[in-house]
Write a protein that binds this ligand. Structure first.
Ligand SMILES: Nc1ncnc2c1ncn2[C@@H]1O[C@H](COP(=O)(O)OP(=O)(O)OP(=O)(O)O)[C@@H](O)[C@H]1O
Length: 777
């Protein structure tokens, strides 16, 4: 600190001008303090118990703000110009490099894209692991730009087969890159094909249909594919025929006005998402313009298909059909729509005038071939992190039901669905890379046993104890509605995500969750599948998932693409049976999941806050509910031109209830306000771990800086004692006396002994996939 102050006083104007000062003012607590090492010569010894622990901070400029209460010190971080940028600047100034049209903040992109030059891009050298697939150069450049330097295991297995024209059923753990495993072969084929089509000025038709169970997943898949189509060549992001300057990074000052743009040429490959909750007209317009790859949810697509024969005809001639997360799709209540859509993709015998025949089954296929069935080369891809082993075996054995043979009852609706797909390939390639027990190796699982009524407190404890991005799964929308106001009252950044929210709101909440590093998404299982949110630190199962698959997919929102992740299962006594069953389906035991350590002393303190928040919520809820009912009644009565009080008799309930007088209302409001004030006070109090004195804390840390600037810290001891209050980097921000730790570090060992891991034959870089520790039965 002293260093910062001295620096400020010593800073010359010349020095200031060399530094780029950011305009944001920070408080002392926001600065990156580090402990000052005590010089040995001072003879103070090592064990000072923190009393003389000084902290300092570098590269901070102090500015004073005149306020009504007097002068207040604020701080600016001064960043030294980055050597690399400085060099660039020098070069520009000296005219060595030509003037750049890029904004300053695009320097990084400029460097990155410089090598992705269309003419000189050498995939053999730059992407040796991708090179053998001979993908379209546009895709290779994009993979390089996205830093996808090698294929993931599922991509390495699926892409070659798909490029050979085979049907593929791919099962691989969550976050393992399945989207591109099917996406790259599709885009490659269409890119090659479209170059020829464009030359012949042919109209676009849908050649790939990707069906996804939820709107969010469909939108995500479509943007993932679009990002892969973005051809990044030196200095610009370019979709074939389209020129866009690199987007400036968010929040980096003013952006220069866009240069007048040339009329946009259509992209070489067009990918569109057709999902519910968004303007159907707009989606129809997009379809009318022509789409190559359609990513859709079954419900909305079937709605459109019923009115659009042209589109239905296009789907009869698909080149690729994909079922992403097929197992979830049949659970979403859209089975009938899905079935109808899939019927359009069945092969039709040329002499067949009726409904589509069931062409599945090997015998039927042979007969069809003889009976002059229209041949086509549609490829079918089915991908999920969870597909039953039985289903995979049956697919291999080609035991698909057919008309002639006595049908054995399929094991599940999913088996039924997949078995009804009309694979053109007599032997679809079944690739199963799913790990034993369904869990990703970089995931740390844990469990906490608690009473049902204590789950709110445990959740609150967890969120405060381990700040980060936490995705909390609840089984019902009502549960989310109950928890949301509590979270708000407790000042937790929480957002809901469930099917009864408007689509716009769903996307907005998802976006907020994605962009805020310390936030909570309270979600139903619509968020369990496929969503690729970068850096979800924790998944919390507030309620036990209803099946093993759901458990796997929920957990799959964290620990993606080899990142570390953490999951917590909250288990009430009544739910233990479910947990045992859940683990049983995964061939595991309840003891396999280690217990999470909880600081019960801290938990008890939090319970007081929760109780108060519940009281406030109940009071507010009661008023809201009554108001809502009354308003509804009044509006209905007005619409019917009826007097509520007399004719409808609806007022009788109201009559029975004593109408609160103005005074009573005022009292109720005052009571809620008092409760809120009480909660606010509780929230403002530091949470202090057992055995820690609050002696220093109460003296307040924020004023220290002002004191120092005003020269009121006369003795070193006073200063040091006050400085002791500045939290150290490793100290927990809200729980004083506790260390900041990662959730995974506070988890005990699994109660089952682990067998020593066998040494692997060959170390792979992407080694988390399909690799799980073997445990004793
Ligand atoms: N070859 C690659 N190298 C590095 N990262 C990749 C590669 N391919 C895909 N990724 C990234 O990995 C992440 C997970 O990919 P994706 O969403 O396709 O996983 P998934 O297997 O479909 O997961 P889920 O089963 O949960 O749907 C994405 O952020 C994606 O950009």
């Amino acid at each position: 600190m002293a260093k910062a102050l001295l620096k400020r006083k010593a800073a010359s104007n010349a020095e200031k001008s060399r530094k780029k000062v950011k305009a944001s003012h920070l408080s002392a607590d926001d600065l990156a303090w580090k402990v000052v090492e005590t010089p040995k010569e001072a003879g103070l010894g090592d064990d000072l118990d923190g009393i003389l622990e000084l902290e300092e901070v570098d590269d901070v400029e102090v500015v004073y703000e005149e306020t009504a209460g007097g002068k207040v010190a604020k701080f600016n971080i001064v960043s030294k110009p980055d050597a690399r940028k400085a060099k660039k600047g020098d070069e520009r100034a000296s005219g060595v490099a030509g003037p750049s049209t890029l904004p300053d903040n695009a320097v990084v992109e400029e460097e990155r894209t410089a090598v992705v030059d269309e003419a000189t891009f050498d995939s053999e050298q730059l992407l040796p692991d991708w090179h053998p697939y001979s993908l379209h150069p546009q895709l290779l450049r994009s993979l390089y730009a996205q830093k996808f330097h090698k294929p993931t295991p599922i991509q390495a297995r699926a892409i070659p087969s798909a490029l050979l024209g085979k049907d593929v059923v791919g099962v691989a753990e969550t976050g393992s890159g399945k989207t591109l495993a099917y996406g790259l072969p599709i885009l490659h084929n269409i890119l090659v094909d479209n170059t020829a089509r464009r030359a012949q000025r042919q109209k676009r038709t849908v050649r790939a249909l990707i069906l996804a169970p939820t709107r969010e997943l469909a939108l995500q898949v479509s943007s993932h594919l679009n990002a892969t189509l973005n051809d990044i060549i030196a200095g610009e992001v370019k979709q074939e025929g389209e020129e866009i300057s690199l987007p400036a990074k968010k929040g980096k000052g003013k952006q220069s006005a866009p240069a007048p743009s040339k009329p946009k040429a259509p992209p070489l490959v067009s990918v569109a998402a057709i999902v519910g909750g968004m303007s159907a007209q707009k989606q129809r317009r997009i379809l009318d313009r022509g789409v190559d790859v359609m990513v859709a949810t079954p419900g909305r697509l079937w709605d459109i298909l019923q009115e659009d024969d042209n589109l239905a005809n296009q789907l009869k001639n698909l080149r690729f059909l994909v079922l992403d997360e097929a197992d979830r799709m049949i659970e979403t209540g859209h089975y009938a729509e899905l079935d109808n859509i899939l019927r359009l993709t069945l092969r039709v015998a040329k002499d067949d005038t009726g409904d589509n025949p069931d062409m599945s089954g090997p015998e039927e296929e042979d007969r069809a071939a003889e009976a002059n069935v229209e041949t086509d080369n549609m490829q079918t891809f089915v991908f999920s992190a969870t597909l039953s082993k039985d289903l995979q075996r049956n697919l291999k054995k080609k035991q698909r039901p057919n008309k002639g043979r006595k049908q054995t009852k399929p094991a599940s609706t999913l088996d039924d669905l997949v078995m009804r797909l009309d694979f053109r390939d007599p032997e679809p390639e079944v690739i199963d890379l799913s790990p034993e027990g369904g869990m990703v190796s970089t995931l740390k699982e844990s469990k906490v046993d608690c009473l049902m009524g204590d789950k709110d407190a445990y959740l609150y404890y967890f969120l405060l104890r381990y700040p980060g991005r936490s995705l909390v799964f609840l089984s019902s929308i009502d549960g989310i509605r109950r928890l949301m106001p509590l979270m708000e009252l407790l000042e937790i950044n929480a957002f809901p995500l469930h099917s009864q929210l408007e689509q716009r709101q769903r996307l907005k909440n998802l976006d907020r969750f994605k962009t805020m590093p310390n936030s909570v998404l309270l979600a139903t299982d619509i968020a369990a599948r496929g969503l690729d949110i970068p850096s979800v630190d924790h998944v919390v199962h507030y309620q036990i998932p209803r099946s093993a698959d759901v458990y796997v997919h929920r957990n799959g929102r964290t620990a993606r693409a080899m990142r570390e992740g953490f999951s917590l299962l909250m288990c009430a006594p009544d739910e233990r049976r479910l947990v045992r069953a859940l683990m049983g389906s995964l061939n595991r035991q309840e003891e396999d999941i280690p217990e999470m350590a909880v600081e019960l002393y801290m938990l008890d303190k939090l319970k007081a806050r929760i109780q108060l928040a519940r009281k406030i919520d109940n009071a507010q809820h009661k008023v809201k509910k009554e108001n809502h009912e009354k308003n509804w009644l009044r509006e209905a009565a007005e619409a019917m031109e009826i007097e509520v009080d007399s004719d409808m008799g609806l007022s009788s309930d109201d009559d029975k209830k004593p109408v609160p007088s103005k005074h009573q209302k005022k009292n109720a409001n005052a009571k809620t306000a008092a409760l809120k004030a009480e909660l606010k006070q509780l929230l403002a109090q530091p949470l202090v771990a057992r055995g820690i004195s609050t002696r220093y804390i109460t003296s307040g840390s924020t004023r220290i800086v002002d004191d120092m600037i005003a020269g009121q810290c006369s003795s070193t001891l006073t200063l040091a004692a006050k400085l002791r209050l500045t939290p150290h980097r490793t100290d927990h921000e809200t729980m004083l006396g506790m260390k900041k730790t990662q959730a995974g570090h506070d988890v005990g060992e699994s109660r089952r002994k682990k067998v020593k891991k066998q040494p692997k034959e060959e170390a792979e870089e992407w080694n988390g996939f399909g690799d799980i520790e073997v445990e004793e039965p």
